[in-house]
Design a binder for this molecule. Sequence first.
Ligand code: CAA
Length: 398
Amino acid sequence: MSGGAGVRVGIHDLAVATGHHVLDLDDLAARNGVDPAKYHVGLGQDAFSMPAADEDIVTMGAAAALPLIERHGTDGIRTVLFATESGVDQSKSAAVVAHGLLGLPSTARAVELKQACYGGTAALVAALGIVARDPRERVLVIASDVARYDLDSAAEPTQGAGAVAFLVAADPDLIEIEPASGLFSADVDDFWRPNDRSTALVDGRLSVTAYVDALLGSWDDLAERGGIAPADIDRWLHHQPFTKMALKAHRAWSKHVGAEFDETELATGFTYNRRTGNSYTASVFLALAALLDLDDDLEGRRLALFSYGSGSVGELLTGIVKPGYRALRRAGQVAGLLDARVPISVDDYRELHAATTTTSEARQNPEVTTGPFRFVGVEAGARRYARTGVGTSEDAIG
Ligand code: CAA
């Protein structure tokens, strides 16, 4: 992004974390009496991550950020932006808690951002502006969410959990974000979570059309602002509430602009989301991680990144992948993280789901997580967190 000083800004490094458990959608299909192909083919999902009783958005978000701090230190980090739509407090931001757990300097601002699944991209855009204003600064962005719907609802197989953290900096090593973006907002009740609920309410059908409207609206806005031609985009990344949604939306875009579209092109970006389920604000960045890890060669390629947050806001950004980006990615690290999750039975999943509460009653959580941070419990109405002494997920994978 060219700021006042014409500085190039973008994503310098990026890391991933997820929940302790995994539920295989074959098991859920058997329990629900549904053909497993509905989930694997119809929704494009194979499994979903689920946090243990002593994990939440804060522990996952801090776990995603820890390797970035270990690799790059804390110098220049004066802002922590935490995007989530499954926030755990109505006042105190998850950013402040993550800031403390990560041992960041006190000379920093820490803020939580919310607009459904769009929040991570809102944080990215805010971070680009902060760094363009003063290129000596770096911004730590954390996108972390637990997607929870009611048991036995149509949305149940599209649950999930995950976090992606990234550093936004001048002269980035991974991706330079280009200045123009396409925007679209419309007040729609397709998905929301009232204050008294721990599960989201969703009008599934409306959410699908609202998503498509936002993609087409964002594209048209970008085009009107002198945006690029369809053929100038080498790879597409979309928000993936379930991967079939991205496919449906891309089909609609392809028809809208009259472009040819080979459906297999999107498959690489689906790889991690198929296994984690929806991670809301983190979803499109998890797709980015998959592309960076698994695509043959992205050097100098232009990526289009479409973010959608129900309610609704869409934004379409583009970025150019930097030469040498591969040196920052550890092959097999995210796959190893996903392989290391502990399978949970449908009965245990249902029990854990039902036990998840938003109350501030005092409690001690059981010690389950093998991640670097845990949600210890609630004391005097406040959530308590701790470092476990376990290394980062990268250490665990070796
Ligand atoms: N083999 C293969 N495919 C099958 C099948 C089988 N045996 N049985 C059904 N299918 C297919 C259906 O044909 C359908 O595919 P198409 O849409 O391509 O026709 C697909 O499986 C799903 O079937 P249904 O539409 O019958 O599924 P459903 O009504 O039970 O639920 C849903 C689907 C409404 C999307 C539901 O999962 C849901 O509400 N999810 C949450 C909402 C959501 O994620 N919305 C997306 C946009 S909103 C957003 O992006 C924000 C966010 O993150 C939430």
